[in-house]
Design a protein around this ligand. Structure first.
Ligand code: FAD
Length: 401
């Protein structure tokens, strides 16, 4: 029997799922619903800010998936009818499915940070969703216009959010740009948290590569931004300190994307609880939610995880559809590389498995790059920067080619 697998969202999770489904289950009809006609990745967007990559470098077309026989429909999924097993598109059409994979990414919770309402991103860009790269380009223009001696402010949210090391990679690469082009400028990174991913490694790099350039303020030391004022260009913190910012990157509080919220898939956290073996949404049968939209914790919200879990979700969905046994002993891998300077890469690796209680990190697996002075670790950092580039090339091939 030819089953119908429909996928909402052609980002890291959805595109990977579509490609994997076509190669592993050629008898299944695969339809991908994605409004954008090409996909700009968030990963490597920070390298665009620094000037090392262009928008073209990080833009991927859907032609590869089309050539593989994926039916790509460029439209928004407007609503899901789980009883009738149908997706309604904004353009009016209705698409029937046997199994649905949902990987729509995140939504920004407008207004959750006071003053950061829709429109505020034109002044303080977030550059945290792919959307044609407009936000990344805006932030890049703002950095180019920053006076030497100006202040680049970051407002960083509490967990969970898309890409735990992302803000710190961005801080590093903007510092690299400033060091070369505006050496008197400063970065003020205001964080809601007291700890972050690869913290020791990032902070070692900051003091070695960019001494005095970056001030990182943890939540307990008044780092939590509670209000932004786009007119006065102010970040205001929990204890009432008002910081004047020249260029501001607000990484706002997030939830699962709107289609997941509107379809009743999320719980009170704003994210979608799923069965860790199949990724089927707890709320609804036959709908498997992958990528940043689900509650994968301790799995990070990363492109790597979206890709790695997409395969298990597809395999499980097809096994359930065809009445076969579920794939055995799945393992979900993550590696997040960060570039922190020229020829300077670091990484964190995690290995996870499903259990009756949820996702569990496998004991004594994974870890972060070794710490140590640059003089001793130069070769390691250089290699990891290369691995990062290879990772980007291979994951985008595994999703879009
Ligand atoms: P996305 O990739 O965002 O894809 C979602 C897609 O769904 C979008 O194309 C959207 O248009 C579409 N969509 C949304 N709603 C609908 C709808 N209603 N109908 C149809 N389509 C819809 N991860 C890494 O692994 N490594 C990195 O180095 C890394 N660096 C990052 C750097 C930055 C600055 C940022 C912001 C993120 C980074 N990430 C990185 C994280 C990575 O981008 C995300 O984890 C990943 O994109 C999640 O994949 P996804 O499929 O859940 O969502």
């Amino acid at each position: 029997a030819r089953g119908r697998l429909v996928i909402i969202g052609g980002g890291f999770g959805g595109a990977s799922a579509a490609r994997f489904a076509r190669s592993a289950y050629p008898h299944i009809a695969v339809t991908l619903i994605e409004p954008q006609t090409s996909f700009v990745t968030c990963p490597y967007g920070n390298l665009l800010l620094e000037g090392r990559r262009t928008l073209t470098d990080i833009t991927h077309s859907y032609d590869g998936l089309k050539r593989r026989g994926v039916k790509v429909i460029h439209d928004w999924a407007d609503s899901i009818d789980p009883a009738g097993k149908k997706v309604k598109l904004r353009g009016g059409a209705t698409i029937a499915y046997d199994k649905l994979i949902v990987s729509p990414g995140i939504a920004i919770r407008w207004g959750a940070l006071s003053g950061y309402d829709r429109g505020a991103e034109e002044i303080f860009p977030h550059a945290w969703v792919p959307e044609k790269g407009e936000q990344v380009k805006l932030l890049r223009r703002q950095l180019a216009a920053l006076p030497d001696g100006g202040v680049v402010g970051f407002a960083i949210p509490a967990n969970p959010f898309r890409c735990p090391p992302g803000p710190y990679e961005r801080i590093s690469l903007i510092a690299n740009y400033l060091k070369k082009h505006k050496p008197r400028a400063k970065i003020l990174a205001l964080d809601s948290k007291d700890a972050f991913s690869k913290q020791g490694l990032f902070q070692d790099a900051w003091s070695e590569l960019y001494p005095g350039l970056i001030e990182w303020v943890p939540g307990s030391k008044d780092g939590k931004v509670v209000r932004v004022d786009v007119k006065e260009k102010i970040f205001e913190t929990e204890f009432g300190t008002r910081h004047r910012i020249d260029v501001g990157n607000v990484i706002p509080p997030q939830s699962a994307a709107r289609i997941a919220v509107d379809s009743g898939l999320v719980n009170e956290t704003g994210w979608v609880p799923v069965n860790p073996y199949t990724f089927e949404a707890v709320a609804t049968k036959d709908i498997h939610v992958i990528g940043d939209a689900n509650i994968g914790g301790p799995l990070p919200k990363s492109g790597f995880i979206a890709n790695s879990t997409s395969k298990q979700a597809v395999a499980a969905a097809i096994a359930l559809l065809e009445g076969r046994e579920l794939p055995k002993d799945p393992v979900y891998f993550n590696t997040c590389y960060s570039h922190v300077g020229d020829d300077y890469g670091i990484s964190v690796v995690g290995v996870f498995r499903p259990s009756e209680k949820g996702f569990v990190e496998t004991p004594n697996s994974g870890g972060v790059s070794p710490r140590g002075p640059l003089a001793e670790k130069r070769e390691q950092r250089k290699l990891e920067a290369r691995y990062a580039d290879s990772w980007y090339a291979s994951i985008t091939r595994d999703a879009f080619s």
